[in-house]
Structure formats: structure tokens, C-alpha cells
Design a protein around this ligand. Structure first.
Ligand code: APR
Length: 252
């Protein structure tokens, strides 16, 4: 069973670890003011469960509603700044190139904004758009929908074949980007220490990476002010906030 551990112990584990994998979730961005994924939705979105909106079926059924939901989240996130936790991870990566692999479930781009390199963004990026379907090619011409030719709208769509744009995030039921997931599995399997930061551990395969790390012989530390579904996989639990704990833990 995991033990509640002093931060100093984990700090020593960080110093000892040759390779570290950090798996982050929405709690990582909580102190930047980004509501966690399962926080109650606010305003006009309060009546929706995010898991009813973040699916391909929901988008096909009501493209404008889903597009507007993401537009409201983009608006809320566009001026948000990385917090001390994001900065601590990026600074550690700069001081120790190649020693810490960052794996994130977050789509807010805050790790990247803080300067983290090579972040494995398992669930995509909310600020990117991709085409919903392969280009049908108007007039029978199989083309490639050109974003620059997208007709404005909610959502914008291909002027040629009508294909709509959709947010470049992984929706429930969709496969994760294969390259990012393979690299994350590799990092989890080979690391000496895994830091599981700010995630409920509710969603697989991302949450499974903590199991992979444990089975691979790594020390696993869960950093979360609340209990999480990955506590049972951990050697140690640090009950606290990412932005408060990480600067000290990663000051090696
Ligand atoms: N520091 C660290 N952890 C925090 C903080 C904080 N300041 N504030 C909240 N937390 C923790 C919560 O206790 C919770 O365990 O962050 C976690 C957030 O959990 P979720 O909202 O479920 O977010 P996440 O785990 O990232 O969800 C995983 O599920 O719905 C999908 O794609 C979505 O990427 C998301 C994935």
C-alpha cells in the first residue's frame, strides 16, 4: 500500500532517478485557473456532461453545439498562463536534457507554453483544428481540403466538399495518436521514477501508464490534493497542489 510521504523523500528519489516520466492531468492546470475536466461545467454548459459533448457522435449530431463548446473553452484558455508547476517541469527539462519525459492528458497547451519540449500530448491540442472526414472532393475530384479555403462558420467547412473542421483533440471512444502513445509506453516502461500529477486516473490508456511504470520497476508517486484511482499503484502519495509541490521536488 502507498504511504503518505514527505516531499523531501520524493525530492531524493528525483535526484537518484536517471530517467523520469511525468504523467499530467487537468489538475496540473488548476492553479492556472483552468477548471479540471470533471469540474462542474459553468454557464450555459452547466446542463451538459463533458462526456456528452466530447464525442464524434455528439459532433455529428449537433456540430454547432460541440463547436461552440470548444470555442468557449478556447476563449477561456487563450490568455491563461502556465503556473509554477508547468514552469518547474520545463526548467528541469532544460537543466537535464532527455532525463524527464513529459506525458500529458491536457489539451490546453500550457506545458508547451511554459517551454516544455517533446511533450507527448496523448489527447491532442484544443487550439488545433482537423478535418472531420477525408476530403470528398467536390465534382468527383478527390482533393485535400484546404484549411485556407474553409468557409467561415460554426464549424468552418471545406468550400469544396462541405467537410467540417473539428477540434484537434481525442474524443471519447477515439484512438490516441499512435506515435505519442507508443513513446509514452516506452517512457513509462523504462523510467526509474514516474510522477503522476493532477489526474483522477479515470481514463485509459493514459492512466494505464502508471501501471506500466510500476510493472517496469519504477518508483511511482501520485501528486494530488485528493485521492485518485491511481493511488493503489503508487509507492508514495503527496497530498498537495502541483504548482506548490513541483518547484521544490524538481529543484535538482
Ligand atoms: N494540483 C494537483 N492535482 C489537482 C489540483 C492541483 N492544484 N486540483 C485538482 N487536482 C486533481 C483532482 O483531485 C483530480 O484528481 O486533478 C484531477 C483532475 O481529474 P479530472 O478532472 O478527471 O482530469 P483528468 O484526470 O486529466 O482527466 C483525464 O479524461 O475526460 C478525459 O480527456 C479528458 O484528459 C482528460 C482525461
Amino acid at each position: 500500500m502507498p504511504t503518505f510521504t514527505e516531499a523531501a523523500t520524493v525530492q531524493a528519489w528525483v535526484r537518484e532517478a536517471r530517467t523520469i516520466a511525468a504523467l499530467t492531468g487537468a489538475g496540473m492546470s488548476a492553479e492556472s485557473g483552468v477548471p479540471t475536466f470533471r469540474d462542474a461545467q459553468t454557464g450555459l454548459w452547466a446542463r451538459f456532461n463533458p462526456e456528452e459533448l466530447a464525442t464524434e457522435a455528439a459532433f455529428r449530431a449537433n456540430p454547432q453545439r460541440v463547436w461552440d463548446w470548444y470555442a468557449s473553452r478556447r476563449e477561456m484558455m487563450k490568455d491563461v498562463a502556465p503556473n509554477a508547476g508547468h514552469q518547474a517541469i520545463a526548467a528541469f527539462q532544460r537543466r537535464h536534457p532527455g532525463r524527464l519525459t513529459l506525458i500529458t492528458q491536457n489539451v490546453d497547451g500550457l506545458h508547451q507554453k511554459a517551454g516544455s519540449t517533446g511533450a507527448l500530448a496523448l489527447h491532442g491540442n484544443i487550439f488545433e483544428d482537423i478535418w472531420l472526414d477525408p476530403c470528398a472532393g467536390a465534382r468527383g475530384r478527390a482533393g485535400i481540403c484546404d484549411v485556407s479555403l474553409a468557409e467561415p462558420g460554426r464549424p468552418p467547412h471545406c468550400a469544396d466538399c462541405g467537410n467540417p473542421l473539428r477540434p484537434g483533440v481525442v474524443w471519447f471512444g477515439e484512438m490516441l495518436p499512435a506515435g505519442a502513445l507508443a513513446a509514452a509506453e516506452q517512457a513509462a516502461d523504462h523510467c526509474d521514477l514516474m510522477l503522476v500529477i493532477g489526474t483522477s486516473g479515470a481514463v485509459y490508456p493514459a492512466a494505464g501508464l502508471a501501471h506500466t511504470a510500476r510493472q517496469g520497476g519504477a518508483r511511482v508517486v501520485v501528486i494530488n490534493p485528493e485521492p485518485s484511482e491511481l493511488d493503489g499503484v503508487a509507492h508514495a502519495l503527496l497530498r498537495g497542489k502541483a504548482a506548490e509541490l513541483l518547484p521544490a521536488l524538481l529543484n535538482d
